[in-house]
Design a binder for this molecule. Structure first.
Ligand code: DP6
Length: 418
């Protein structure tokens, strides 16, 4: 299989975005294959702000499969990693790199071990959906390296076996994960509803909420909900199918009012299911509830939704504004209630910082001068320190190959993380 002395290292690097569901996936009908009990719909976030980068390397000199996440070695023995590795290896094809003198036959891929290094460009500790981007990137990049056929539907069904929500990170823009019907899961795949240019006015502001609480993982939380929540069955069978159709329509027509109402209602129902689980699961905290109230009051006072909110398995708020003007308005309200603890505005908002200028917030003086939002009941009530920081982002594109070797995370000579 190998060329010169078998000492070569072959690598590929990919970058994959994270996604946020606006119609939530919660509950599996098959734990091993990760098959859901309802369809879900998500928006893909700009990879410049929230993404995973992964380098995968193979070499005849590697004695075993190894993986490093954010610089730390982690075990690859878990069933989910193994499923993804096995499925991509099955689809590997002949490969030749004439320059390196490397030729790998389809059947040889099985004998080669991989080294994988991955990192997230946002803090994993922030509790943002890092597994979706990470697993999707693992599958996408491995597929590139092993010259697997470019079938995104199939790639999404492999990523799904790593983590359900990961299947939606295979595309940019608006994505639907079709639950499928088959027992083998082959029709449980993600499809793109529209790419990121379809509705590019939307602005996403994420409030990373401070929390000391150890959260229940999505995997175990949804298992408990399936076993104990009667509301979950009602949701999956009766509510979600209609909501998915309406959401597809709202996205197609760029109908923000409908999009926002459905997004908020679905997030609230997901958290109601968590409360309906025995023992109950609390993902949101007081700060999350405060942010919901702020948005609800504002939307109500305007008579039409300005902003949508959605919360995953944690207290962080993902807020979707109709355009930059409403996003700037939202930021003014958020910074009024949740000013930065250390008076440092520049590190308090990361991502697309230009929104600060649109909101007229150039320094802490501007933040301190913000007037109380008109819907405030108790002026002067502020919650400094309850939000760690904000991220301003937008919709983004799907996975990409990073061809600049300088950005690879593995050294092409040693085959180890740089
Ligand atoms: C609340 O995809 O993390 O974010 O399939 O067990 O890995 P596993 O769960 P995961 O669950 C995501 C749940 C959610 C909703 C969503 O993303 O649709």
């Amino acid at each position: 299989m190998a060329a010169a002395e078998g000492q070569w290292v072959l690598m590929a690097t990919g970058r994959t975005p994270t996604n946020i569901a606006v119609i939530k996936y919660w509950g599996k009908r098959d734990e091993a294959l990760i098959l859901p009990i309802n369809d879900s719909i998500s928006v893909t976030l700009d990879p410049d702000h929230l993404s995973a980068t992964t380098t995968v390397a193979v070499s005849p000199s590697f004695p075993s499969d190894r993986m490093w996440l954010n610089g730390k070695e982690i075990s690859l023995l878990g069933g989910r990693f193994q499923s993804c590795l096995r499925e991509i290896r099955k689809r590997a094809r002949d490969f030749e790199d004439k320059e390196k003198g490397v030729k790998i036959k389809k059947e040889d891929w099985d004998k080669l071990h991989v080294h994988i290094a991955s990192y997230n460009n946002f803090p994993t500790a922030a509790g943002l959906a890092s597994s979706a981007a990470g697993l999707a990137c693992f599958v996408f990049t491995l597929g590139k390296l092993m010259n697997a056929k470019e079938d995104y539907g199939e790639l999404s069904s492999i990523a799904r076996q790593g983590s359900g929500s990961a299947c939606r990170s295979i595309y940019g823009g608006f994505v639907k994960w079709c639950m499928g019907e088959k027992d083998d899961g082959s029709d449980s795949i993600a499809v793109q509803l529209a790419d990121e240019t379809h509705w590019n006015d939307l602005v996403i502001i994420i409030a990373v909420v401070s929390s000391k609480q150890k959260e229940t993982s999505s995997t175990s939380g949804m298992r408990d909900s399936v076993e104990t929540s009667p509301l979950l069955q009602y949701r999956a069978q009766t509510v979600v199918p209609g909501r998915v159709l309406k959401m597809e329509e709202a996205i197609k027509n760029r109908d923000f009012e409908s999009f926002a109402k459905l997004t908020c209602a679905d997030s609230n129902q997901f958290h109601a299911v968590c409360l309906d689980t025995s023992p109950p699961i609390f993902y949101m905290n007081d700060t999350s509830h405060r942010i919901i109230s702020l948005v609800e009051k504002w939307n109500h006072s305007e008579g039409t939704p300005q902003v949508a909110y959605t919360f995953d398995a944690g207290p962080n708020a993902v807020l979707i504004a109709q355009n930059r003007k409403t996003a700037a308005h939202l930021l003014q309200k958020l910074l009024y209630y949740f000013p930065p603890q250390d008076n440092d505005l520049s590190s308090y908002l990361v991502g697309d910082k230009s929104i600060l200028g649109v909101a007229g917030l150039h320094s802490m003086k501007d933040v301190e001068a913000l007037p109380a939002p008109p819907e405030t009941k108790i002026p002067d009530q502020k919650f400094k320190g309850d939000v760690s920081y904000f991220i301003c982002s937008r919709l983004g594109a799907g996975p990409k190959v990073v061809s600049d070797e300088g950005q690879a995370l593995i050294d092409s000579v040693t085959g180890l993380p740089k």
